[in-house]
Design a protein around this ligand. Structure first.
Ligand code: FMN
Length: 212
């Protein structure tokens, strides 16, 4: 899959709205490597995000070496399992919604197989006056997720690594002023892209004022 790819043309023909409607969390990934040029391409999409004062605070760190991915994965698995305990308990109830159970299963699968994801892409950013800049970084994160969809890479947005955030930031060589806000495990998808389950826009959209 990763051989003889024309990186320049890959994904350029996916209609924007179709792409974003089918850019769901893809957490089952092949371990095959992703060419660096393709990682560069999806990160370049990140650089086109808006940011306050066009300060462009983002940094992208792609961890690809197997031992380094194992370091992240070991900590992520423990953190995710601890975080998921209440949800796993709740999922034992037969009334627990099927879609939520499937989502939990996929998130658990990712936690247990994170070391196999060929790219652990961390998004980090400078802080202004010591403030967290997550709000400034998430537009870039979403652009990267959409670019992954366009070029056919599976990806998902995760934040559980923040429970060992200071440790991972120092390990990545980042100062306290440049914390990571997201970890995107990226690789070739095992499944297919498709429309995710979402509430209808008609439940969310109001004109002029909110009406319950
Ligand atoms: C702020 C934020 C944090 C998230 N953190 C995690 C995470 O730590 N692990 C994970 O597997 N998914 C995480 N997700 C992904 C969501 O679970 C996913 O977007 C949601 O279930 C919808 O998935 P779908 O697009 O496949 O329907 C996060 C999403 C957001 C927006």
């Amino acid at each position: 899959m990763s051989e003889a790819i024309d990186v320049a043309s890959l994904g350029e023909d996916v209609p924007l709205l179709e792409g974003l409607r089918t850019a769901r969390a893809i957490r089952r990934l092949h371990p095959d490597p992703v060419p660096r040029e393709l990682i560069r391409k999806v990160c370049e999409a990140g650089t086109f995000a808006p940011s306050g004062g066009n300060r462009q605070p983002w940094l992208f760190i792609a961890v690809t070496e197997p031992e380094r991915r194992a370091w992240v994965a070991e900590r992520y698995r423990k953190a995710f399992r601890a975080y998921a305990v209440p949800a796993l308990e709740a999922a034992k109830d037969p009334a627990f919604p099927d879609a939520a159970r499937r989502n939990m299963k996929a998130a658990l699968h990712l936690a247990d197989h994170l070391h196999e994801a060929p790219v652990h892409l961390f998004v980090a950013g400078r802080t202004r006056r010591g403030e967290e800049q997550a709000q400034a970084l998430f537009p870039a994160v979403q652009n990267i997720l959409l670019a992954c969809r366009a070029v056919g890479l599976g990806a998902s947005l995760t934040t559980v690594h923040r429970t060992f955030g200071s440790e991972v930031d120092a390990w990545l060589g980042l100062s306290e002023k440049q914390p990571t806000c997201a970890l995107l495990p990226i690789g070739w998808p095992r499944g297919r892209f498709g429309r995710p389950p979402r509430r209808s826009v008609d439940e969310c959209l109001h004109f002029e004022r909110f009406r319950a």
